[in-house]
Design a protein around this ligand. Sequence first.
Ligand SMILES: [Zn+2]
Length: 142
Amino acid sequence: MSRIRAAFFDPTGVRHSIPTYPWRFAPPHLLTLRQLAARGLRPGGQDVQAQVMWSSRRHGAPGVRVAFLYDIRFALPKRTATARQLTALAKANTARRTCPACGQDAGYVIPRHLGVCLTCHYGTRRLPHEHHPDPHPAAGPR
Ligand SMILES: [Zn+2]
């Protein structure tokens, strides 16, 4: 273990106030948020259990970096955010497909430049509100 790594090796937290490990030296049950997420987990209310520290030599921003670690044994499954997000997304898409003139789900996103569905705009269907002038009044009997 190099001198730098030794400086970051503090499993009891005497120097760093929480258990600290050099990058890649943390016990396998301690994971970063990203590692938890990759397993479909979230910290689940637990506090930060430990941290990994490493020296970044990245040009422009050198220095000591820290990532917090959580105990996988206290982790909980990620909320089914995808299901909720899908619902929200579906709602938003429905709103974008709903014609403000006739209130129908047009089946496509209402063109912004028209502001109404194509049926309303082009008057291809007789609608109860007839909110627009018929662009082809002579096209057929009404
Ligand atoms: Zn419409």
